[in-house]
Design a protein around this ligand. Structure first.
Ligand SMILES: [Zn+2]
Length: 65
């Protein structure tokens, strides 16, 4: 497994981190809750991006910062 991890680079590796942290949030019961405003992330967004940390509003705000 460690060997596989070292071969993953850039985006793939980042995505793996995101998936792992999504799993941690799932276990702690905070999965699907926006880290920015605390609101529920819409299911449609979670379907498109299961490891999303922010709702669209907060995501847009972050991108424009
Ligand atoms: Zn939000």
């Amino acid at each position: 497994m460690a060997d596989l991890l070292t071969r993953l680079e850039g985006r793939e590796r980042h995505q793996l981190d995101e998936i792992q942290s999504a799993q941690a949030r799932l276990e702690s019961g905070t999965f699907g809750v926006c880290e920015g405003c605390g609101d529920a992330i819409p299911l449609s967004r979670l379907r498109a991006l299961p490891w999303a940390r922010h709702c669209l509003t907060c995501q847009a705000r972050d991108e424009h910062r």
